[in-house]
Design a protein. Sequence first.
Length: 138
Amino acid sequence: MKHYRKELWFEIPTRRAFINITPDVDICLKESGIKNGLLLCNAMHITASVFINDDESGLHRDYETWLERLAPHEPVSQYHHNTYEDNADAHMKRQIMGREVVVAVTDGKLDFGTWERIFYGEFDGRRKKRVLVKIIGE
């Protein structure tokens, strides 16, 4: 069995964003030479997320609205965590959206359903963060 590991680095200039990282992950898969196996992609920071869904701007706006209702940023004083940082809401948003995805690799391609893409969700941006891509297989 072969394995491959790569870190993708992101520095989002805004507090929150959803970035389609499928092209980056596709490059990793090609570099790995693995044709059949499993690909793990996970956010290596506790205020960021990796998830799979549709690359549609209306859906992304809906996520933003929904997440803000569930874990509003302000007032920052509502959170016990916010003593020297104001990112408690980002931790909660990450918990909701998830840490990682696993995708089957078949014949050298990501084995997606219709419209599925991999996204990096940033909830406390303006600094460098990384995403791990780990692929195992033959």
